[in-house]
Design a protein around this ligand. Sequence first.
Ligand code: 6PG
Length: 238
Amino acid sequence: MSMALTSPLFTRCADADELARAAATVIVAAAHEALTLRGHFRLALSGGRTPHATYARLARAELDWQRVDLLFSDERCVPADHADSNFNRARAAFAAQPAAVARLLRMPGELPPADGARAYAAYLQAVPPSAPLFDLCLLGLGGDGHCASLFPGDRALQVEDQLVAAARAPVAPHDRLTLTFPALARSAQLLFLVAGADKAPVLAELLAGGGTQYPAARAARHPHARFLVSAEAWPASS
Ligand code: 6PG
């Protein structure tokens, strides 16, 4: 049965800058709550280009970075200094805040994918099962309905007994590391950051309660998932 996603789950932002402002506001609020309640904040960073402006805003936020862990929802299997590395891109975006850069815990994309997945999963398994794996996990959305590196038809979609899996993307770099659906389910909140007109058709289906074939639709069933959507990605019909 496809559970219709209700529109309050989706917030339309005037443009990419307003999306970044709104995203930073949500993240900082989650950080303050986690730091107050638990003395620590674990944030999983999304890859791709959309979140860059959000990370640059976060770098200017007043946070006790020593008590923040910046993890990743996925990575390309490339060296850490490669232009396509999500870690390398995040490090550039947070460059104004060296204390934040020091808190980046990258997925080891330079290892053989299965080894990299095992290594990152071993780190995440240190989080007590009773605690959220992340206080907040950021996700992007692909024009094919993927999120993280959970691509339609890929075997990583079937992984139910691991927190991190090796994945294959239809576009280069093909080898990826990704959080699995069980890992996303263990995040206290999911926040999708969506920009780009190519995402509008997928969003139109999700807003109408369809799109159940998309990996993002499964992730969006998380009880505390929400979307911040830049205007050009918002379906004209909605
Ligand atoms: C990646 C991502 C991927 C990304 C979407 C949206 O490593 O590429 O994690 O899931 O978030 O493809 O990418 P854009 O933000 O560049 O549109």
